[in-house]
Design a protein around this ligand. Structure first.
Ligand SMILES: Nc1ncnc2c1ncn2[C@@H]1O[C@H](COP(=O)(O)OP(=O)(O)OP(=O)(O)O)[C@@H](O)[C@H]1O
Ligand SMILES: [Mg+2]
Length: 255
């Protein structure tokens, strides 16, 4: 009962925090796509439009709706993670394969910008939450593409030592100044406020939260107009996994 009550208070607190953030930050994020949708719906009411114009306006409306649904989805994901604390399903999987999967998924985006990818990944097994970590690589790679320049480069390196697994993603993009780097994990922060790039500034807030749940570190180094390197350090769990399976074998032998 006491436990339940504590959990309830905690949940209410975080809902309250979310609500405050929601009012002050999200309203603007919602307004932009909503006014886009409103504008094009009004334009569509004109009966003299050509079929081609109609298609263009409909496409803009679809884009606005996609933006809204992504925003809602990310707010919900973040809220869920903030209430998650430590409990989550973990299993062993191949990290290099997962990252390759993300790169493949993003292929249309990096091909469109004619980016050159240099991928050097060791075979790495990791024990963690597969679904959440997928979101991490997706956000990091999406940023490396989005904040790059056409025909730019991205290098992806994955290596492990006995102690840790290190992922390093370097892009040759627009980079950031020191002031920007300190704010990138803040909810809704976007370096470029002109909304030229799609997104809501929630990607790295999600990344940070997920990495915290895995006791991992993330560090950025960036130079404006040169590029950005992000380094993620995860504890190497292969030795833990081995230890665990030995433990299981011992238990099986005992019973
Ligand atoms: N590789 C990068 N190069 C330059 N700037 C970056 C890079 N990664 C992140 N940033 C800066 O950090 C900000 C926050 O990043 P984040 O991923 O949280 O949001 P976003 O990409 O703008 O939107 P979303 O991830 O929600 O689609 C970005 O708007 C951008 O200014
Ligand atoms: Mg992003």
């Amino acid at each position: 009962m006491y436990q339940d009550f504590n959990v309830m208070v905690q949940e209410l607190n975080s809902i309250e925090t979310l609500r405050n953030d929601f009012v002050s930050n999200v309203s603007h994020e919602f307004k932009t796509p909503l006014s886009t949708i409103q504008g094009y719906v009004q334009l569509l009411q004109n009966p003299d439009l050509s079929g081609e114009e109609r298609q263009v306006f409909l496409q803009r409306i679809i884009e606005g709706i996609t933006q809204l649904s992504q925003l809602t989805e990310n707010v919900l994901k973040l809220n869920k993670l903030e209430n998650q604390h430590t409990l989550m399903e973990k299993k062993e999987f191949r990290l290099d394969e997962q990252i390759r999967e993300v790169i493949l998924f993003l292929q249309p985006k990096w091909e469109k910008e004619q980016l050159q990818l240099d991928i050097q990944m060791e075979k790495v097994k990791y024990f963690g939450n597969e679904e959440l970590l997928y979101q991490v690589w997706l956000n990091i790679m999406d940023n490396a593409i989005k904040y790059n320049l056409p025909t730019g480069k991205i290098s992806v390196k994955l290596a492990q030592t006995k102690e840790e697994v290190v992922l390093e993603v370097t892009d040759s993009g627009i980079g950031m100044n020191e002031g920007t780097v300190t704010k990138i994990f803040d909810k809704f922060y976007q370096g470029d406020t002109s909304h030229q790039n799609a997104g809501n500034g929630l990607g790295l807030s999600l990344v940070k939260k997920i990495l915290e749940l895995h006791q991992a570190r993330i560090d950025y180094s960036s130079i404006e107009n040169v590029g950005t390197t992000v380094m993620i350090r995860l504890e190497n769990t292969e030795k833990n996994v081995v230890a665990q399976s030995v433990e299981l074998q011992v238990i099986r032998m005992l019973f």
